[in-house]
Design a binder for this molecule. Structure first.
Ligand SMILES: [Zn+2]
Length: 312
């Protein structure tokens, strides 16, 4: 397929900083944050000197206009990765100078349109955000798929900034919708989701997936040993209640600790108390009325609140 440039471009200042024609067809888009609310003209001046050794295919200025600095057919010097930039259209977007490097809404809306345009001209019906670096870099896109990648995977940078990073699922969804494609079927398009699991690799342990972080944290808190993971599998929160290995020995220092028929204050009392002493717990569960969870006594007498136990 022949390469073309976007008709959305209203300002062109070609940079000498590129490698000539791509060696790989376009199947990625890599949006960046400029770290400055600048215009397309300023971007043009930044990438003009050969000494800068950097460029991008397109830039979106703070007012939403689109500039071109390296023609789409050529490999720009943008993402600190030869293999990425050979196949990616790179887009620098005007952003705040401080984390999370937020974009103006007009810039984000233009980015959506520009991605749609790039996908259309390159025969793509879907824009995918797989969220995970390893998964993405090893993914072989189908002929009608375009894949989002980010600079932070190739260099010690926060680019494209947490603001855009959190919206890449949204960007992929909106672009795919405008292309008339469906994001179902691949099972790979994800909106930002917080997953509660024992560990990222243990997907079977998943208790739930939440759009709202505080809800994910609540779920983790209710499940000792569970953590909240972001779309990249980064552990961003571990429940305050820690997992206790069972069987384990606990010490009870109060005389009137109720033994219940199940793990929670919503289960009936057996009418018995542990009394002071050391007990063996053979199972742990989260449940109503106890922050630390509930432990089942080896004796078979029932369950006790671990809030009143000290692990020994
Ligand atoms: Zn970047």
């Amino acid at each position: 397929m022949g390469y073309a440039n976007s008709s959305m471009v209203t300002y062109t200042k070609l940079s000498p900083n590129h490698s000539g024609q791509r060696t790989h067809s376009i199947d990625r888009i890599t949006p960046h944050c400029v770290v400055g609310q600048c215009s397309v003209e300023t971007l043009g001046n930044i990438f003009l000197p050969a000494s800068k050794q950097a460029s991008c295919n397109y830039g979106i200025g703070v007012d939403g206009r689109v500039g071109m600095y390296v023609e789409e057919k050529n490999r720009s010097w943008c993402s600190s990765s030869n293999s990425n930039d050979q196949r990616a259209v790179t887009i620098e977007c005007a952003s705040d100078t401080k984390s999370p490097y937020a974009f103006k809404d007009v810039v984000y809306q233009t980015l959506i349109k520009l991605c749609v345009d790039i996908c259309k001209r390159n025969g793509k019906k879907k824009l995918l955000w797989l969220g995970d670096k390893d998964k993405t870099l090893s993914y072989a896109p189908k002929s009608d798929e375009m894949v989002l990648t980010v600079h932070r995977w190739f260099a010690n940078k926060s680019c494209p900034g947490d603001w855009l990073y959190a919206r890449l699922g949204d960007l992929a969804e909106k672009v795919t919708a405008q292309l008339g494609g469906s994001s179902s079927g691949t099972g790979t398009t994800t909106s930002p989701m917080y997953r509660v699991r024992k560990s990222w690799s243990d997907s079977k342990s998943q208790k739930g997936a939440y759009k709202i972080l505080s809800n994910a944290k609540k779920c983790a808190d209710a499940n000792p040993g569970y953590s909240v993971f972001d779309v990249n599998g980064v552990n961003i929160y571990t429940s305050k209640t820690t997992a206790t290995e069972v069987p384990s020995l606990v010490k009870v220092s109060i005389t009137d600790l109720n033994i219940r028929k199940g793990p929670g204050t919503d289960y009936a009392k057996t009418g018995k108390f542990t009394g002071k002493g050391v007990f063996t717990i053979v199972e742990m569960k989260s449940g109503k009325g106890s922050t630390a969870g509930w432990g089942r006594l080896k004796s078979g007498a029932g369950w006790i609140s671990l809030d009143y136990c000290k692990k020994i």
